[in-house]
Design a protein around this ligand. Structure first.
Ligand code: AMP
Length: 451
């Protein structure tokens, strides 16, 4: 398939030609007609798959020339780097189109951006916070937005932008097309889609369920978080084999907890990345890990997605991912460049179902290893593991009638009075029906009307 097979126009086709791009990528082929049809859509695609063109090509193909000043397309992205990158991509495609694109993000002078907005534009690419500020200031009018693109929805939600997104939905026209792209499917993404969009069409490049042959996979059944830590302690002591270990865990809070525990056991050997860490902290952690300064890196799925680190000896799945695709992404971080890699999966009783889904996707059973007898089984539970106690009937509990109620007695007269403010002012106004102060000029008029 070439770009000729898509229903493009000459300016777009020529722009692609100048870029030297011949064939649309898989996600571009899949998304083109759906986006062009005007339906809501969720695309699951990672950076590097050509996802920006996947939504921009069909949008530009159908965006008519207009002299109106308010933007018609809004692209929301989580970071300023991505604003810059997406604007660049749009500009590349717009070489032969008369198209006004503007990128706005926080941390820079808002007045300069206000001036730029006032010049008129067709497409605005923005981070949520700054977009909202510009809209509230009324310089930016969103009433003409026909298409809303949310790129990297997973990162957006992981960074805690859900509330901001909801505020923006509130001020956008109801009749619009929603286009979302996400690299990973997470529970948060699922919830957002369920809460705000009516059955969007989902397109996804099938994640290959065929694991790389170079990766050996084993699994353990472990009852809880702290027993998993005990197992890790046992495994990671073998620093010769476990020379560069990437440990995945689904939640930020647990990533921090896991990191703290490991740092106690292996001081100075661990680092952690997740979206609550600053960009600098994350970059430093990745650098320390990839240069071999630190042996162990704890990471959440969303943040570790783009990691390209050589020689990862082991990927340890501290928890079992709910979405089997995430398991494929995780284990793909090892066994790269013709090297051997190992993956270890830890599952609690509750996680067995997810493990079965993963095995079904791969059409392969992961090798089971018995928990070594030296591993202490912990009975300490973290908050998430404790059962939620719902007491239905307790015969020992006293009935409501016996409960002492709030004390009740009549208020004393002096306590019943309501304070109405200065008494002098009230007496005067009663007598003269006239304002005592200038501020109360309408006093008579108001009272006349009432009468
Ligand atoms: P993205 O996934 O949108 O971040 O795109 C990754 C890179 O692939 C960008 O630099 C694009 O310019 C480039 N790209 C997008 N579509 C194609 C294509 N059909 N052929 C070759 N390169 C492409």
């Amino acid at each position: 398939m070439t770009f000729r097979d898509l229903n493009l126009n000459t300016p777009l086709y020529n722009a692609l030609n100048d870029l030297g791009f011949v064939a649309p990528t898989t996600i571009q082929q899949e998304a083109f007609n759906v986006v062009a049809s005007g339906k809501d859509i969720v695309g699951i695609a990672q950076t590097g798959t050509g996802k920006t063109f996947a939504y921009m090509l069909p949008i530009l193909r159908h965006l008519k020339y207009s002299r109106q000043e308010n933007p018609r397309v809004l692209v929301l992205v989580p970071t300023r780097e991505l604003v810059v990158q997406v604007v660049e991509e749009i500009e590349k495609l717009s070489k032969y189109i008369n198209n006004r694109v503007l990128g706005v993000y926080g941390g820079t002078n808002i007045n300069t951006q206000k001036q730029a907005v006032a010049q008129g534009l067709d497409i605005i690419v923005a981070t949520p916070g700054r977009l909202y500020d510009l809209a509230v200031s009324r310089v930016l009018q969103l009433k003409s937005i026909q298409k809303l693109v949310i790129d990297e929805v997973d990162v957006m939600l992981d960074l805690g932008f859900r509330h901001q997104l909801m505020n923006i939905f509130d001020i956008l026209p109801e009749r619009r097309q929603n286009i979302m792209f996400s690299a990973t499917m997470t529970t948060e993404v699922d919830d957002l889609i369920r809460d705000f969009f009516i059955s969007p069409e989902k397109i996804q490049i099938a994640v290959s369920g065929t694991p790389l042959e170079k990766i050996s996979q084993t699994r353990y059944d472990v009852p809880n978080f702290y027993t998993k830590i005990n197992l890790l302690e046992h495994l990671l002591q073998d620093s010769e084999n476990f020379s560069r270990v990437l440990i995945f865990i689904g939640y930020k809070r647990l990533a921090d907890l896991l990191f703290d525990k490991l740092e106690e056991l292996f001081p100075g050997e661990c680092c952690v990345i997740h979206s609550n860490k600053t960009q600098n902290y994350r970059l430093r952690s990745i650098e320390q890990f990839s240069e071999g300064e630190h042996r162990i890196l704890v990471a959440t799925d969303v943040m570790a997605r783009g990691l390209d680190i050589d020689d990862v000896s082991h990927v340890i799945n501290f928890d079992t991912p709910e979405y089997p695709e995430n398991y494929m992404h995780r284990i793909g971080r090892t066994g790269r460049a013709e090297k051997e890699g190992h993956s270890i999966l830890l599952s609690t009783e509750k996680e067995q179902e997810f493990r079965e889904n993963i095995e079904a996707l791969m059409q392969l059973e992961i090798d089971y290893e018995e928990l070594p007898s030296s591993i202490a089984i912990s009975d300490e539970l973290i908050k998430e593991e404790r059962p939620v106690i719902k007491e239905r009937y307790n015969p020992i509990k006293r009935s409501q009638e016996d409960e002492p109620g709030p004390a009740f007695h009549e208020k004393k007269d002096k306590n019943k009075k309501v304070n109405l403010g200065g008494s002098y002012k009230r007496q005067i106004s009663k007598k003269y029906k006239k304002p005592k102060t200038r501020g109360d000029k309408n006093f008579n008029r108001r009272n006349k009307k009432r009468r």
